[in-house]
Design a protein around this ligand. Structure first.
Ligand SMILES: NC(=O)c1ccc[n+]([C@@H]2O[C@H](COP(=O)([O-])OP(=O)(O)OC[C@H]3O[C@@H](n4cnc5c(N)ncnc54)[C@H](OP(=O)(O)O)[C@@H]3O)[C@@H](O)[C@H]2O)c1
Length: 333
């Protein structure tokens, strides 16, 4: 039995769908069915259920976006740092292997290699840099799992959201038997408020950036493949290989899904932050070599985006919990 926390969330639903497709017995848990944020409840539950694996897909990325985390600091800290810390204790005490959905948003920008020298550029919207990258696409590199987060409270400026995600990783860094999975901007074929492709269609103007992104089904497949192939525990960047610009994603939306929509663009980062955003955005490139070297197959970013747009559909209703497993509260007695 696999225990899935946060099963109703955008990413939790991708795990639930993939587990169902693989016919793996799993128990989807929401705070409503069992308040897994309560240490003693979760501990008793895991001790009795003895799951083979636990997935933590719960967290708070802000709603409608990360700016909201700034106004809900306690909740954000709880969901992104204290909850994973608590789960780590429970899993250590019960000897349960587990995976934690973290975020690539603890990085900002990318590494640029010029004449053999590597430096970090945090703002990938700069016109001079973009012209350089058009001519030398090979000069841009993503952050690896070895790199220290450069968008955290230890490496400011950062958003409150990213700061708490980095703290969450620190809080579980001593946990053995744990995968830390870092997705980039999540998207899928399901129209959903958390879906990067849905968000782009609603923005008055697009902030053109170079980005990594992660298709949520590919994410769930890759994370479960790591576990099922018994890949070494540790941190993995889980994004579709390659990078893309937000402008190109908007063009794909126009060409495939919404020919009637004509996107406009913010002039530069100054205009974007003056007019549209409060918190700095963690747009970044992730290097996924470690994932690929572990033997995980994941399609390139352009193919994943195109298929999500071609298979576009309205959001599914919330996950239906009833009848999918033992009554959670009964198990506690
Ligand atoms: N969306 C993104 O842009 C993005 C990008 C990279 C990483 N991530 C990470 O992926 C994980 C899942 O995110 P998501 O996009 O699936 O978000 P989501 O749709 O909001 O789902 C998150 C789930 O977390 C649970 N939760 C537990 N404590 C919570 C609290 N205090 N406040 C709100 N929700 C709480 C909720 O489940 P219940 O039903 O149990 O209440 C909720 O359904 C998070 O850790 C997030 O940081 C997200």
């Amino acid at each position: 039995m696999i225990l899935l926390l946060g099963a109703n969330g955008f990413i939790g639903r991708a795990f639930a769908a993939e587990l169902r497709r693989r016919r793996k017995p799993f128990l989807p848990v929401t705070r409503q069915s069992l308040d897994y944020c309560e240490f003693s409840l979760l501990f008793s539950y895991v001790r009795k259920l003895r799951p083979k694996f636990l997935i933590n897909a719960a967290g708070f990325p802000g709603s409608p976006n990360i700016d909201a985390c700034e106004h809900a600091r306690e909740l954000t800290l709880h969901a992104n740092m204290l909850l994973p810390q608590q789960i780590a204790h429970v899993c250590t005490l019960t000897n349960t292997p587990w995976g934690h959905v973290s975020s690539g948003g603890i990085f900002c920008g990318a590494k640029i290699v010029v004449e053999g020298e590597t430096h970090v550029e945090r703002d990938l919207s700069q016109p001079d840099l973009r012209r350089f990258l058009d001519l030398h696409p090979e000069a841009i590199r993503g952050f690896t799992e070895e790199d220290e987060p450069n968008f955290s409270f230890l490496s400011p400026p950062c958003s409150f959201y990213s700061g708490t995600k980095a703290l969450g990783e620190q809080a579980i860094s001593e946990a053995g038997n744990c995968y830390v999975w870092r997705p980039a901007l999540p998207f899928s074929e399901e129209d959903h408020p958390r879906n990067f492709l849905s968000k782009l269609q609603l923005y008055p103007k697009v902030f053109d950036q170079v980005i990594s992104a992660t298709q949520t089904r590919d994410f769930a497949v890759a994370c479960l493949d790591l576990w099922e192939s018994r890949a070494e525990f540790g941190t993995y960047h889980v994004a579709n290989p390659g990078f893309i610009t937000t402008r190109h994603v908007a063009e794909l939306i126009h060409d495939i899904l919404r020919p009637e929509q004509h996107f406009e663009y913010w002039k530069d980062a100054d205009e974007f932050y003056r007019c549209a955003a409060k918190e700095p955005r963690p747009n970044c490139l992730l290097d996924v070599s470690k994932l690929l070297n572990a033997g995980v197959n994941i399609r390139p970013i352009e193919a994943a985006l195109e298929s999500s747009l071609r298979e576009w559909r309205p959001a599914h209703p919330a996950f239906e919990f009833q009848g999918t497993g033992p009554d959670l509260k009964v198990l506690l007695h």
